[in-house]
Write a protein that binds this ligand. Structure first.
Ligand code: ADP
Length: 252
């Protein structure tokens, strides 16, 4: 589905040039939910923006479905961390969700219906007519996720999507991603700096080095579905982790 080979990106030139990614290789199979974890500033967003065709990497190749990425691919949706800047404040929540569907060639009625369904799926039924600034941060991020879902992308990129919400909302949204993943047939890349989140949500975790980013480790997460935030009984007695670390502990 996604194949990245020898990806390199350097910002700027000359003595102030900054290499953000250095010879990164990655393969993602169709239907995978891949978490990408790495320290702040290591190049995670640069990687995601390169996959989304929002920046042109200085070296290497990115292919989605065998096709090289030269601009933003049609079957792709991105959920950014900063929900307050990703929804248009002058549009209702339903209009925000329906906006990208124009690219799908849907008529107004179909767009309205798809938006209503996606909003219901993320627990925002009834909020269609509200404006983004009338919603809490967590609700705005749900609306951003609804916009991505309504579009029915084959690849959804999430760039630290829960980094700006409170801990309880974060857990709800992590569960939401796992739920929608079960009902939509799509590949998801979740970028996070939270190790517990990467394990709780992902089938596979790719660990990036500090800048410039390269892949230092890939781990498969064999935790059963549906996932639990508590470690299995077999490990519980010896587990001294804090509750949010339980998933990581259970994964060994
Ligand atoms: P992460 O998402 O892992 O926090 P980023 O990909 O945002 O990291 O950034 C990686 C490095 O590249 C950082 O040192 C950052 O300062 C630098 N960087 C990011 N965007 C730009 C830019 N537009 N111009 C110059 N440097 C940038």
């Amino acid at each position: 589905m996604l194949e990245i080979a020898d990806l390199t990106h350097t910002y700027g030139t000359g003595p102030t040039a900054h290499r953000a990614i250095d010879g990164l290789d990655l393969k993602v199979a169709e239907g995978d939910l891949l978490s990408i974890v790495g320290p702040s500033g290591c190049g995670k967003s640069t990687l995601l923006r390169s996959i989304a065709g929002l920046i042109k990497p200085t070296g290497g190749t990115i292919r989605i479905g065998g096709v090289p990425v030269t601009r933003t691919p049609d079957n792709l949706a991105v959920v950014f961390q900063d929900y307050s800047r990703s929804l248009f404040p002058w549009m209702s929540v339903a209009d925000n969700v329906a906006l990208p569907l124009r690219r799908r060639g849907m008529n107004a009625k179909q767009r309205r219906q798809a938006a209503a369904e996606a909003l219901e799926q993320v627990g925002l039924a009834g909020a269609e007519g509200k404006y983004p600034w009338e919603l809490s941060g967590g609700m705005q991020q749900r609306a951003s996720i609804a916009r991505a879902l309504a579009y029915r992308p084959s690849l959804m990129l999430m760039d630290e999507p829960f980094g700006s919400v409170d801990a309880q909302t974060r857990e709800d949204l992590e569960d939401l991603v796992l739920r929608v993943r079960g009902t939509h047939n799509m590949t998801i890349l979740l970028i996070t700096h939270d190790i517990d989140e990467s394990v709780y949500v992902g089938d596979r975790v790719v660990v990036l080095s500090k800048a410039p980013a390269t892949v230092v480790k890939e781990l498969r997460v064999d935790l059963p579905a549906p996932r639990s935030r508590s470690p299995p009984a077999s490990t519980r007695r010896s587990c001294t982790c804090a509750p949010r670390s339980a998933a990581w502990c259970a994964a060994g």
